[in-house]
Ligand binder design. Structure first.
Ligand code: NAP
Length: 287
C-alpha cells in the first residue's frame, strides 16, 4: 500500500481497541479493490468521545467505526442518524456528510447477512435469544422486524429483558418478544428452536463458562448462533453440537458489519468473493 497526499483515512474509536480485527477487514478490502484508503484504530479515553468525533471531522476522516463502550454515547456527537440506528439506540458506523457525521448501525444487518450466508432463516422461526445487552437488543430488533414467530428473550436481569421487549415490540409494532429469566428455559414451549447467544458469557479467556449448563436445554436447539468468535468454538456452540444441532460463531457477523460500513464509506458493493477473501484472513487469527 502506498500512502500519499490523496490517501483517505477511516478508523475505529473505542476502548480497548488493541485486539480489534477491523483493520484486517478494511485494509484488505482497500488493497483488493484498489482504493486509496487506510484504516487505523484510535483509543479514546472515557469522556473524550465528543472531542474524538470533532477531531476526526476536522482531520477530514471519511468514516469511523465505534465499538465498546461508546456505541450509545456517540449519538450525541452526530449531525444525523439513520432511523434503524435510532430505533436500536446504538451506532457503530459514522459516515462523513456536509457539516458532520451521520450514524448507522451495521451490526444488525451484518448479523442478518451472516445468518443468510449460513442458510439460517429468521422469518417464521421461533427464536431463543440469550442476553439483553446492547448486542442482544439489536438482535431482538432484527428478529422482530424480519418476521420471527416468537422471540423468547432470556436474561439474568429480568428487568432489562422486559425493557428491551417493551421497546422492540413498541417500535416494530409486533408483539413477538417475550421477556424471561434464564431459569425459565424449562417453561419454553415443546418444540425446536433457533437460539442466538448474545451475552458476554464464554468470551475468552472464560472459555468454560456458559449461561445455561443443562443438556436438556440444548436438545431443543436445532441451530445455535453465538455472537462471540473468540474462542472459535464457545462452550455454548459445543453443547449445541454435542446435542445434535448446528452451531456458528460470530466472526461472519463481524465481517459483514465491516463490509457494510466499507460500502457506505466508499459507495461500492463488495462481492462475495472479496468478502470471503477477507473472512479467510480473519479466520487465520483463530484456527
Ligand atoms: P453488554 O451490553 O455488556 O451485555 C452483556 C449481556 O451479558 C447482558 O445480557 C448480561 O446480563 C449478560 N451477562 C454478563 N455476565 C453474565 C453472567 N455472569 N451471567 C449471565 N449473564 C451475564 O454486551 P454486548 O455489547 O451486548 O455484547 C455481548 C456479546 O456480544 C459480547 O461477547 C460481544 O463480544 C458480542 N458481540 C459480537 C459482535 C460481532 O460482530 N460478532 C458484535 C457485538 C457484540 P445482565 O443484563 O443480567 O447484566
Amino acid at each position: 500500500m502506498t500512502i500519499d497526499g490523496r490517501t483517505r483515512t477511516c478508523g475505529l474509536i473505542g476502548n480497548p481497541v488493541e485486539h480489534t480485527l477491523s483493520p484486517v477487514i478494511h485494509n484488505t478490502l482497500a488493497e483488493r479493490l484498489g482504493h486509496n484508503m487506510v484504516y487505523v484504530p484510535f483509543l479514546v479515553e472515557e469522556g473524550r468521545v465528543s472531542d474524538a468525533v470533532k477531531g476526526a471531522y476536522a482531520l477530514n476522516l471519511q468514516g469511523m467505526n465505534v465499538t465498546i463502550p461508546y456505541k450509545s454515547e456517540v449519538i450525541d456527537s452526530l449531525k444525523d442518524i439513520d432511523t434503524l440506528a435510532e430505533n436500536i439506540g446504538a451506532v457503530n458506523t459514522l459516515v462523513r456528510t456536509e457539516g458532520g457525521y451521520k450514524g448507522y448501525n451495521t451490526d444488525m444487518e451484518g448479523l442478518y447477512r451472516a445468518m443468510d450466508s449460513e442458510g439460517i432463516r429468521i422469518e417464521g422461526e421461533d427464536i431463543i435469544l440469550l442476553g439483553a445487552g446492547g448486542a442482544a437488543r439489536a438482535v431482538a430488533y432484527l428478529c422482530a422486524s424480519k418476521g420471527a414467530g416468537k422471540v423468547y428473550l432470556l436474561n439474568r436481569t429480568l428487568q432489562k429483558a422486559r425493557t428491551v421487549a417493551e421497546e422492540v415490540n413498541r417500535t416494530t409494532g409486533a408483539e413477538v418478544v417475550i421477556p424471561m429469566t434464564l431459569d425459565e428455559y424449562t417453561r419454553l414451549p415443546e418444540r425446536q428452536f433457533l437460539a442466538i447467544q448474545g451475552t458476554s458469557v464464554g468470551l475468552y479467556p472464560h472459555v468454560e463458562d456458559v449461561v445455561i449448563e443443562d443438556r436438556a436445554f440444548y436438545q431443543r436447539i436445532h441451530t445455535g448462533f453465538d455472537l462471540i468468535y473468540s474462542p472459535w468454538e464457545t462452550k455454548f456452540m459445543r453443547l449445541v453440537r454435542e446435542n445434535g444441532g448446528a452451531a456458528f460463531n460470530g466472526l461472519k457477523m463481524l465481517l459483514y458489519q465491516g463490509i457494510i460500513a466499507y460500502e457506505l464509506w466508499n459507495g461500492v458493493k463488495v462481492s462475495e468473493e472479496d468478502a470471503m477473501a477477507v473472512y479467510e484472513k480473519m479466520k487465520a487469527h483463530f484456527v
